[in-house]
Ligand binder design. Structure first.
Ligand code: HEM
Length: 486
């Protein structure tokens, strides 16, 4: 008897669920709820978003709505139509999604901050007059941390990812943050935290992992906490940011937590980007030859310079080959997701004339990694690394790419777009180029196994900026006998 009542109740609940659950209206994008109630496609999305969204694109085309953990997300994969999302600040909004995410990952609440003032402050820091000074300091620290790790003429072996991430992190940390803690200590703690970050964001940490994430977060807060005694003496980006937060009325506890958010934002992308760039060069000899030949010309200029301090050839001369290699690397390995919340019912106008209705409370997601970056209609053989993909025959930048016969504004989007695009782009590009230049002019670098291939991508990190490898690429390196001999 009890069983019959139980089964009847379950049946009734299912009927209510099916009756009340959402149905597609004729003017809405195709709807795919998945077969698991409430969760929908959350598991597939979290495991490998690129694979899942590719399957959905094949099934539904370049716009569709999927259910992900109770939220309806409209995914737009037509780059010609991206502006109707990134330029819309009336019907679409980012702040609430951002606040929820930083609460989950960093246990941080910054509701009192005025987003527009923070953005202006960041632009002033990373794009204004301070940029030249930041670049010079970063270059100095890159040289010091790199050369400190070397014994002259002695070969060392290392994983390329570990090497790139640790060197760029340490130099970046010394450039922006207070120098009273050992950067090695911060780096090791940061990597533990970063490894768990995607799971933290999706609330999918297991028992032990939850503990590790909490502990490394707390340890990092401690390491980053300002030293009151040295308050008066030192001047750093970290200190200015701290003052900015104080002026915004952020509590002392949250000020400290916000420093970890900024450590992650400023340090999590450049190291992995440098790894993929050097990894592609080491596994594509023709690309390495082209870059080395360009760099030989630059280092000759540096040698003959009589200026004091000597001119920096990277700042004064074009490097079209290295620039194209960087763009191609980012096309293949930068995978940001641009998410917005629909705060009022919206009519979305697609570039091809189709019109769709989006419901208030839903989300919109752009995933430029799939299109434009890996779209075969835009980039031929998109899985292949072609070092000169962004280079015209006359060595000017190739920026004419087409889809559906239309010239694209967004043919690759590693830096995001619109009001939340990366403010550190120029600083990051200069740092990565400086790092590659330094490595190739000062060191002999080679693969331990000349036949080695690049490791695959960690599929759980789609959506979190630069992708990271699953494994590493073993290299050996030593200081060059003669400097500038590439
Ligand atoms: C290859 C290196 C980098 C890549 C690919 C990259 C990419 C991005 C992307 C895609 C966003 C937007 C995130 C979103 O919309 O959710 C972003 C935001 C940001 N990036 Fe970068 N970034 C890099 C390096 C850096 C560096 C070195 C800095 C500073 C030192 C930096 C500072 C920032 C800041 C402050 C924001 C937040 C902007 C805002 O919310 O208004 N980035 N970055």
């Amino acid at each position: 008897m009890l069983w019959t009542i139980f089964l009847l109740l379950i049946g009734l609940l299912l009927l209510v669920f099916l009756y009340c659950s959402r149905k597609r209206q004729s003017n809405e994008p195709p709807l795919d709820k998945g077969w698991i109630p409430w969760l929908g496609h959350a598991l597939d999305f979290g495991k490998d978003a690129a694979n899942f969204l590719t399957r959905m694109k094949e099934k539904h085309g370049d716009i569709f709505t999927v259910r992900v953990a109770g939220i309806y997300v409209t995914v737009l994969l037509d780059p010609n139509s991206f502006d109707s999302v990134v330029c819309d600040t009336t019907f679409l909004e980012f702040t609430r999604i951002r606040n929820q995410l930083i609460k989950k990952i960093f246990n941080l609440q910054l509701e009192e901050i005025d987003q527009a003032s923070e953005r202006r402050w960041m632009e002033w820091q990373f794009q204004g007059p301070s940029l030249v000074e930041l670049n010079t300091t970063m270059k100095y620290h890159l040289q010091t941390v790199l050369l400190k790790t070397l014994h002259p003429l002695e070969w060392r072996e290392d994983g390329l990812f570990d090497l790139c991430y640790s060197l760029l992190f340490k130099a970046g940390f010394l450039t922006l943050f207070e120098r009273r803690v050992n950067p090695e200590l911060v780096y090791n703690q940061f990597r533990q935290f970063d490894d768990l970050l995607a799971k933290l964001a999706r609330s999918s940490l297991k028992g032990d992992e939850k503990n590790s994430a909490r502990l490394s977060r707390e340890r990092l807060w401690e390491l980053l906490s300002p030293d009151r005694q040295s308050e008066a003496e030192s001047v750093s980006w970290q200190k200015s940011y701290h003052h900015f937060l104080q002026e915004q009325g952020v509590s002392a506890e949250m000020q400290n937590r916000a420093l970890l958010l900024q450590l992650w934002t400023t340090q999590c992308n450049a190291g992995p980007a440098a790894f993929w760039l050097l990894g592609f060069l080491l596994t594509h000899p023709e690309a390495m030859d082209a870059v080395k030949s360009e760099i030989r010309g630059l280092s000759a200029l540096q040698d003959t310079s009589t200026q004091h301090p000597p001119i920096d050839p990277l700042e004064t001369h074009r490097t079209p080959v290295l620039d194209s290699v960087l763009s191609e690397t980012l096309r293949l390995t930068a995978a940001v997701m641009i998410n917005r919340e629909v705060i009022q019912d919206k009519t979305l106008h697609m570039a091809d004339g189709r019109v769709f209705h989006l419901r208030r409370g839903d989300r919109v997601c752009l995933f430029p990694f799939l299109s434009p970056q890996m779209d075969p209609e835009i980039h031929s053989e998109p899985q292949m690394f072609k070092y000169d993909r962004f280079l015209n025959e006359d060595m000017s930048v190739k920026d004419h790419f087409y889809k559906d016969g239309r010239k694209l504004k967004y043919y690759t989007m590693p830096w995001g777009a619109g009001r939340n695009a990366c403010v550190g782009k120029h600083f990051a590009v200069t740092a990565i180029k400086q790092f590659v230049f330094l490595l190739l002019t000062r060191l002999d670098v080679e693969l331990c196994d000349p036949q080695a291939k690049l490791p695959p991508i960690q599929s759980s990190r789609y959506g979190f900026g630069m992708l990271q490898p699953d494994g590493d690429l073993q290299i050996r390196y030593r200081m060059k006998k003669t400097q500038h001999q590439t």
